[in-house]
Design a protein around this ligand. Structure first.
Ligand code: EPZ
Length: 439
């Protein structure tokens, strides 16, 4: 009996999808939420404070939830109300992060520097690769070793310890890695002596992290430039901080308006942090005006091609905006060329865009986008966070209905994307479908 039942039963899965009605102009005003890529290192940084910290404008995202689960596991109670998060790290009781929590989110590697600095001992699993290709952490490890952390790599785990305090050092980075720069800041803030990071990442999230750490009593200068000085202090305390706006979400909203011949005012933004993207949208024919905390865009009837977009470390064109801008370029008049210089495999959205009628050829780092007059609604699959956002941009502009599945990728970095875009005239439904799967 049991066998028959077993053979006959189906494991019923429920999956969320976005049903997007195409052909509607995206127009109106919207406020952008706090930056995912700032919130994650900031949550790790609360570990250094040994007391309560408060983060305002912290976005409600699944990646943030994953970081909160790590903090809770480590013995740090986390409360949240709206976009404010309270973290009490006074009772930190664990130095290890279980593999299942590490694997939930690649960027959990940023907890390494913080736990090492606070406890002098860390055990975490090697974060796996991800949709963007292998995600090595060699720069993180070599930098932390320079600060005196003994790191043993053992069967996929990193067993780390240091006798006493970490020691300041001069750390030249062969590549301005965002995560490695963050890990060094977290580890060096309470190290003995001065640390100097050469060729540091200059992304705005670095300066945001340094601002928080300085509010906690750290002595960091130069964050946001390529050389950062950290004068180690004995102890840090908690602090209250407001997370900067999410520059990639801002860019994505702008692409939604650009691709649909729309008009948008993005509020609570930080225009200078989107400075690598705005000129590209202007070259595509958009009119753009910026205020202190706002970005206005009016799209042309039809976008013009963008000759070449090269992704670069900040302040260059950000790799995270490549997919959403490509979705807009897919409808432009003419041929656009994208060169992805940051990640090895960040064109997985191309095959999905092609299902909608896009004409894109990928050759290694280069994607050649021949603009077409129309895209057509189709069933497509989000492959990663920004690739998923690109499918939403394309779905808004396509003729007919687009159904995007695997939208858990999108929920990692965009708060209720359908509600935000529907407030701008889109028609997107989040539906839960039953996906039967045979045993
Ligand atoms: C951060 O990732 C962001 N994530 C990414 O955003 C963003 O695309 C990236 O910076 C670049 O701006 C978070 O902040 C959570 P990197 P990170 O270290 O820190 C190589 C999104 O969509 N590298 O600057 O991982 C690496 O393989 C995400 O929000 C090494 O070789 O980026 C990659 O090719 C995606 N060795 C390049 O450097 C290392 O030790 C950039 O990586 C570290 C990195």
């Amino acid at each position: 009996m049991l066998d028959t039942e077993y053979l006959l039963c189906e494991r019923v899965l429920f999956v969320d999808q976005l049903r997007i009605r195409g052909g509607l102009r995206v127009a109106g005003e919207i406020s952008v939420h706090g930056a995912k890529n700032s919130s994650l290192p900031l949550l790790a940084a609360t570990i250094l404070g040994k007391s309560q910290s408060i983060l305002h404008n912290c976005p409600r995202l699944s990646d943030v939830d994953a970081a909160v689960r790590i903090l809770s596991y480590l013995g740090c109670p986390v409360e949240r109300s709206g976009h404010t998060v309270w973290v009490d790290t006074s009772q930190l009781s664990h130095f290890d992060v279980p593999e299942e929590l590490m694997r939930e989110m690649r960027s959990s590697i940023v907890f390494l520097g913080a736990i090492a600095a606070r406890l002098g001992k860390v055990k975490i699993s090697f974060p796996g690769g991800c949709e963007l290709g292998p995600r090595p952490i060699d720069l993180h490890l070599s930098s932390l070793r320079k600060l005196g952390l003994i790191i043993r790599e053992d069967h996929g785990f990193l067993d780390c310890e240091v006798a006493g305090r970490l020691k300041g050092a001069v750390i030249p980075l062969s590549f301005p890695s965002v995560g490695a720069t963050e890990n060094i800041l977290l580890a060096a803030a309470t190290a003995e002596g001065v640390t100097q990071i050469l060729n540091a990442a200059q992304e705005p999230e670095i300066a945001d992290l340094a601002d928080f750490l300085n509010a906690c009593g750290a002595k960091i200068s130069g964050a946001g430039k390529s050389t950062i000085f950290i004068e180690g202090v004995e102890e840090l305390h908690g602090a209250e901080h407001e997370v900067i706006p999410d520059r990639i979400v801002s860019a994505t909203y702008l692409c939604c308006a650009a691709a649909t011949g729309g008009e948008i005012l993005v509020r609570r933004a930080c225009p200078e942090t989107v400075a690598g993207v705005l000129p590209v949208l202007e070259q595509m024919g958009c009119r753009i005006y910026t205020g202190e905390k706002s970005i206005y865009l009016k799209a042309p009837e039809r976008l013009k091609r963008i000759r070449t977009v090269r992704t670069m470390p900040y302040p260059g064109f950000p790799t995270d905006a490549q997919a959403p801008v490509m979705a807009a370029a897919a409808l432009a008049d003419g041929t656009s060329v994208f060169v992805e210089n940051i990640f090895e495999s960040r064109y997985k959205h191309v095959a999905e865009l092609a299902r909608m009628g896009a004409d894109i050829k990928v050759e290694g780092k280069v994607a050649v986008v021949n603009g077409v007059k129309k895209l057509y609604g189709a069933g497509v699959e989000a492959t990663d966070l920004r690739g998923g956002a690109a499918l939403v941009v394309a779905g808004l502009a396509a003729e007919g209905e687009t159904v995007v599945s695997q939208i858990q990728h999108i929920d990692r970095g965009y708060e209720q994307i359908e509600e935000s875009l529907n407030s701008l005239g889109a028609h997107i439904q989040r539906v839960t479908e039953k996906a039967a799967e045979d045993q």
